[in-house]
Design a protein around this ligand. Structure first.
Ligand code: ADP
Ligand code: ADP
Length: 234
């Protein structure tokens, strides 16, 4: 069944700009799905509609419905969605640069998480990202771009999401690092059953790890299919 079901969503910014025009996306539980398309197509807007981050940008859903685990979340506050298990790593690897990775993970933990659970989550994250483990007590601002992206993903994982949404995690990274990070995301997906919605301009890299892709152009889904079929098409 689908963990996420987005049906005919329209998003307006500033009450005038129709950024997405009836987008429908389904994420089957435990699968990795990619949203592909060029700059300005509406991919980030789609993720923000799901995580509830539109309001901060004077955007709103003007039509359609989003269901998460069967619950209508279309109007739900962003914080409530996080509590339900939706985590959105926004574009640009936001981390606290003056804190260490370890402190960044602590700061990202949900309120009320026990110390034992937090430590267990950190150990899991460090085992998936050995590079991060090596640097866990350095200042995060001095980490490389790839390490900061790993930390941004780690900060999401510490909230124990069931749906992880990543916006352009490959941006600005060397191809070997993209391969490494995508491989780790795939591993987490397979070992933990984490559902992933991945936004990428780098379609070739994304189609290596996802099962299905949606191609978004000008605010609409113009193609949807199995990754293999889309690869053959591109
Ligand atoms: P993508 O993620 O595919 O690059 P976006 O979802 O960021 O595309 O943008 C889709 C459209 O919405 C673009 O025309 C963009 O200029 C516009 N847009 C995005 N964010 C805002 C905003 N905060 N205010 C107004 N327009 C926006
Ligand atoms: P990238 O090209 O991937 O951003 P860098 O060349 O910036 O990588 O960094 C390579 C390695 O050196 C990384 O492990 C990074 O954490 C470390 N590093 C970079 N700058 C500093 C610094 N000012 N102090 C300590 N370590 C650093």
């Amino acid at each position: 069944q689908n963990i996420l079901s987005m049906n005919s969503i329209e998003v307006l910014y500033d009450n005038v700009l129709l950024a997405i025009k009836g987008v429908s996306v389904q994420v089957p539980k435990g699968e990795m799905i990619a949203l592909l398309g060029s700059n300005g197509a509406g991919k980030s807007t789609t993720l923000k509609a799901i995580s509830g981050l539109l309001k901060a940008e004077r955007g709103r859903i003007s039509r359609g419905e989003i269901k998460f685990e069967g619950t209508d979340i279309t109007e739900m506050l962003a914080q409530k969605r996080v509590e339900m298990g939706i985590c959105h790593v926004i574009e640009g690897r936001r981390v606290f640069e003056h804190l260490t990775p370890d402190e960044n993970l602590t700061a990202a933990a949900p309120m009320g998480m026990s110390k034992a659970t937090l430590n267990a989550e950190k150990e899991k994250i460090y085992s998936f990202f050995p590079r991060l483990a090596e640097r866990k007590n350095s200042q995060a601002g001095y980490l490389s771009g790839g390490e900061q992206q790993m930390l941004a993903i780690g900060r999401a994982l510490v909230t124990q999401p069931s749906l992880l949404m990543l916006d352009e995690p490959s941006l600005g990274l060397a191809p070997f690092l993209v391969e490494e990070i995508f491989g780790i995301i795939k591993q987490i997906n397979q070992e933990q059953g984490l559902s992933v919605l991945l936004v990428e301009q780098n379609a070739l890299a994304a189609l290596e790890i996802v099962s299905e892709g949606y191609l978004i152009e000008n605010g609409r889904v113009v193609m949807h299919g199995a990754a293999d079929a889309l690869k053959a098409n591109s």
